[in-house]
Design a protein. Structure first.
Length: 149
């Protein structure tokens, strides 16, 4: 028997940061993503975001790499969003994403952070938030590639 716990805070942004996730319909997208996650045998602790980006806190099964999960999530949601008339501005996800592993002891902190996205972004742009998260997690930012598609 193997025992694993792989929990990740994943951040996706829309192509060119277009505000394509209409707040009136974001719950539809969140429900779709929950179904996708459940079908992967993963667990969603929290999802939230803004019209131009999403945050997820998930636990993945040991057999599913985060990179594969994100790739498949982006493909699946892109098809769904492009076919859904409630998201006419959606043109795809950016090539980049961010993903950070966390211990479940950090769950309440991450879940709370994601839950307060709308409040948080009244004072901070996505670029500022993203830069801070990357820096806090020890990621060196290459400015020529930062938030480019």
């Amino acid at each position: 028997m193997s025992y694993t716990n792989t929990s990740y805070h994943i951040i996706l942004r829309t192509h060119c940061s277009i505000p394509a996730i209409a707040e009136d319909h974001e719950r539809e997208l969140y429900s779709y993503i929950l179904g996708f996650i459940n079908n992967k045998g993963a667990h969603l602790y929290r999802i939230g975001g803004m019209p131009d980006h999403l945050h997820l806190f998930v636990s993945l099964p040991a057999t599913l790499a985060m990179s594969k999960f994100v790739q498949e999530l982006k493909i699946s949601t892109s098809k769904w969003l492009k076919a859904n008339p409630n998201f006419p501005l959606f043109d795809g996800w950016s090539k980049e994403y961010a993903g950070f592993s966390y211990n479940l002891r950090d769950k309440n902190m991450i879940v709370g952070y994601i839950a307060k996205q709308k409040e948080h972004h009244q004072h901070k742009t996505f670029a500022e938030e993203y830069r801070n998260i990357l820096t806090e997690n020890g990621i060196s930012i290459q400015e020529e590639y930062f938030l480019k598609n």
